[in-house]
Write a protein that binds this ligand. Structure first.
Ligand code: ATP
Ligand code: MG
Ligand code: MG
Ligand code: MG
Length: 569
């Protein structure tokens, strides 16, 4: 590929609506352009990365025995009425009408259509198990599209659906997908964690999410560094191991003094309704009786904080906001520190977490010996999560009894579900078993956010100059940067020849033949994130030498042209 024949569209400035680094860099590197909220053009370079991601997914899905097909983006409402989701889904489902006023939708997912296909095509146990997948555009009218293509409205997903004879079979199919996902994210060179998850709107039993670990992730993950326990917030509280909320409250009694209480009690005392949107937290402090004990209180955004601040918490000498110093102390608290959960109504930066406004907060707490640091729950968390997390960390030493839980943030890039017979029963998707008896097929479904993965990879791989791609995802593996390509015949000949040789060796190479000045040319390729750069100049060519540099190398090194292939492959 030659740069003059591809479409490089790098920018100096990031768009003003870009909050996270991946969004900024994807626009600046010329991978995407916004068309409308949550709807993007994928420019040629962006599409190239998407194709690489798709190929890894395809290879591993095929290897795992899944079969690719393609279902329509536009689906008739009737199928969704059969499962009740036409009524149940909220405004996230984009409903449309055709010219005959018939109801259709743009698929946010495809359980209904695949189940319809299976009930028509699969009749016998001999045809099972089977697992179909597609890589297809999805539309979800997200309430708050943001972070570029990480939370888009239109996005690409790989969705797979397994059909088995029984639950035993489903468990096998599920494990095969789990293992395939692990390979997929490993091949992409990502730091990720699989966590136990709730099933959400899709229904069924048993599900896990794959999260790429990143501070900017929208989800909080509760995990135990000394065991393999990991769950998202919802699941962390619903695990039976944790016990009921009542049990958590009870265990709290063991470690709290009569002056301590939980946020619900504080809210009740102050007669403040706990609303669904967390806007702020209040800290009640009692320093007279031993170590500081702070309590969090969820407040509605329109609540007058000063009014609340003036109210007294039962048994408390004083009720006030935590200071910045207290929050910092809480965030850096060593294990064994009993105390505060921080809130930052007027604090800008705490423990490396930017607190952008009142609705963002950072907490660091060590409750009953459970160390919980540097959490930035932030934005729009429904109240119960915060409540329950508090219960969760106050409960037993940790959910599996093997250590103390910690919290990190993650980006959900994959999700595997055991659906069971929810869809097959609703839609009459049955097969004849060995005895000739009709049985509902037992289903699983498995999603990967294809386009979201680009953003997630960049959140993990970047520096001040641009993107640092894992080599398996990079739009090009090697860029050849000739000095004076347009002026020096010798350089042009060497660069053209190397370009051909690397193509022949199966290397994804681009030759920058634009005749740009070195500074601008290097800056472009660092922004785009080519993993390897080869600089060809007249001086080096005297000894058949070129300058070779990996994207994260501090210095380039002179090597002979013949060595390049070995360095790259
Ligand atoms: P989220 O919790 O982020 O809203 P989800 O749980 O609703 O995601 P699933 O229904 O599990 O998503 O879909 C499978 C995968 O599709 C997700 O794991 C995620 O990687 C991707 N995905 C979901 N919503 C979006 C979106 N709005 N933009 C980009 N990718 C998305
Ligand atoms: Mg969602
Ligand atoms: Mg989710
Ligand atoms: Mg999900």
């Amino acid at each position: 590929m030659k740069a003059s024949q591809s479409f490089l569209a790098t920018l100096k400035e990031a768009p003003s609506d870009a909050e996270v680094v991946s969004h900024k860099l994807m626009v600046r590197a010329g991978l995407i352009r916004k068309l409308s909220a949550g709807i993007y053009n994928y420019l040629p370079l962006g599409l190239k990365v998407i194709r690489k991601v798709e190929n890894i997914i395809r290879e591993e899905m095929n290897r795992a025995g899944a079969i690719e097909l393609l279902m329509p983006m536009i689906q008739p409402a009737e199928l969704w009425q059969e499962t009740g989701r036409w009524e149940k889904m909220g405004p996230e489902l984009l409903r449309i009408k055709d010219r005959h006023e018939r109801d259709f939708l743009i698929q946010p997912t495809s359980e209904e259509v695949i189940t319809d296909l299976a009930r028509n095509e699969i009749k016998s146990y001999k045809q099972l198990p089977i697992n179909f997948y597609q890589i297809q555009t999805k539309f979800r009218d997200e309430r708050r599209p943001r972070f570029g293509i990480m939370r888009g409205r239109e996005f690409s997903m790989k969705d797979a659906y397994s059909f088995d004879r029984d639950v035993e079979g489903l468990k096998k199919s599920y494990q095969i997908m789990f293992d395939a996902y692990t390979k997929i994210f490993q091949r992409m060179g990502l730091k990720f964690r699989a966590v136990t998850a709730d099933n959400g709107a899709i229904g069924g039993s048993g599900s896990q999410e794959f999260h790429v670990i990143a501070d900017t992730g929208e989800d909080a993950i509760v995990y135990c560094p000394s065991s393999d326990y990991a769950a998202n917030l919802e699941a962390a509280v619903s695990l039976p191991l944790l016990g009921s909320r009542a049990a958590a409250q009870q265990s709290m009694q063991k470690v709290v003094t009569p002056t301590q209480t939980n946020c619900l009690e504080v809210a009740n005392f102050l007669n403040i309704p706990i609303e669904t949107t967390v806007k702020s937290l209040l800290f009640a402090v009692d320093q007279e009786k031993g170590p500081a004990k702070l309590f969090m209180l969820l407040l509605r955004g329109d609540h007058d904080l000063n009014e609340v601040k003036a109210s007294k918490v039962p048994g408390m000498a004083e009720s006030r906001f935590a200071t910045e110093a207290e929050i910092k102390q809480a965030c850096n608290a060593p294990a064994g520190y009993l105390g505060p959960v921080g809130i930052a109504p007027d604090v800008k930066v705490v423990a490396d977490h930017t607190v952008a406004n009142m609705s963002d907060f950072v907490c660091g707490a060590n409750l009953a010996g459970h160390h919980l640091t540097g959490v930035n729950w932030g934005r729009d968390l429904p109240e119960p999560l915060v409540m329950d997390l508090r219960n969760a960390v106050i409960g037993d030493p940790s959910p599996d009894g093997k250590g103390v839980v910690d919290i990190c943030r993650g980006i959900e890039v994959g999700h595997v579900f055991q659906l069971g017979t929810r869809y097959s029963e609703a839609m009459g998707c049955t097969y004849l078993d060995q005895q000739g008896k009709s049985q509902p097929m037992v289903m699983g479904c498995y999603g990967i956010g294809v386009t979201r993965l680009l953003g997630a990879a960049i959140e993990q791989g970047h520096d001040e100059r641009g993107i640092i791609w894992p080599i398996s995802m990079a739009p090009f593996e090697v860029v050849i940067c000739p000095m004076n390509y347009d002026k020096s015949e010798q350089v042009k000949a060497a660069a053209d020849q190397l370009h051909e040789q690397l193509i022949a060796a199966g290397i994804d190479v681009i030759l920058d033949d634009r005749g740009e000045r070195p500074g601008a040319m290097f800056a472009d390729w660092e922004l785009i994130g080519a993993p390897f750069r080869v600089v060809i100049g007249e001086r080096g060519l005297v000894d058949a030498q070129v300058e070779f540099k990996g994207r994260t190398d501090a210095e380039s090194q002179n090597i002979s042209i013949t060595e390049i292939k070995d360095k790259v492959i």
